[in-house]
Design a protein around this ligand. Sequence first.
Ligand SMILES: Cc1cc2nc3c(=O)[nH]c(=O)nc-3n(C[C@H](O)[C@H](O)[C@H](O)COP(=O)(O)O)c2cc1C
Length: 337
Amino acid sequence: MTKFEITPDSPWLAPLAGYSDLPFRLLCRRHGAGVTCSEMVSVKGLAYKNSGTTRLLNTCPEDAPMVLQLFGADPQYFPAVMEKLVSMGYRNYDLNCGCAVRKVMKSGSGVALMRDVDLLVRIAKIMVEKAALHPKGGRVGVKFRIGPEYGDETYLDLAPRLEDIGVNWVTMHPRYGKQLFRGEADWSKLVKLKEAVSIPVIASGDLYTARDGVRCIGETGVDGVMFARGAMFDPTVFDRFRALRKGRELPPLDGAMLARVVREHIRFTREYEGDGRSFRKIRSIIPRYTKGLQGIRALRGRLNQCESWEALEAAAAEIKAMRNADGISLPVDDNCL
Ligand SMILES: Cc1cc2nc3c(=O)[nH]c(=O)nc-3n(C[C@H](O)[C@H](O)[C@H](O)COP(=O)(O)O)c2cc1C
């Protein structure tokens, strides 16, 4: 178990819907992630005990310290859900105010919450008050973008108000909501955010490699960095980042290392979930690790035919011999921005 800390030397795994489930969090922790975030979890779904939603709460002692990320825009659901989560032992929470997926925004959640800062702060306050009921003291962060529409600098008004109500840290992905993932993350806004608050600031956005993480800290002075797409592509990015902070560069990922990482991911999935659903999920995720490698088509075909965990491990072992073709591209899931 690592310590819960927000420091430049402790890289976090970002919340990633569809990805940062328990097996992936364990995988990233094994490769140097200090704190990991869950996928976003719907507060309304928890209130109505939706089985798909409650499955996202899956955790275990080795998963600590984990931050449970919640999304929702209706304050009436938050008190009871937070009380329940605290009684179940969850200690660290985050409020998603950055997701720009249409389905989430339609309910007023995600980055749409930034359109109504009073409501956002009200919800965050409920989370802070209820998290405090945790016997060891709960912690709450809020993750947001610059603002919902192009040109909105909502974060500058929002962040100090969050600090005032007792939010423990803020994370910013410095793009506008409307921007989705287009263009570049504007790290200069992180510098302004640092000036606006005295609670820790975590950076998210265009941190694809360890080098990006180190550069972001140097350029902005943020207290910590969070890897998202960079970790989806290479879960060893955390080890690489830690080493680079100490001036050492780890060797680039090759077929043998990637095969080992994939095997670990399969094993964590089998051990901690192990049902048919998780089998199909990991089978569909493996090809993403091998983007840019020669022979991916043939591998995908073989993976699709796998009906047992053993067969899946055997097929994944073939990655060892795969060669890099023309550069590896990042696996961006356009449906999940
Ligand atoms: C597939 C995918 C799923 C994501 N899911 C979430 C989520 O559940 N909650 C959240 O706050 N952000 C989510 N994000 C945003 C990331 O946490 C991160 O802020 C964003 O990807 C920018 O970082 P990057 O450019 O280093 O990838 C997601 C991003 C991707 C690509």
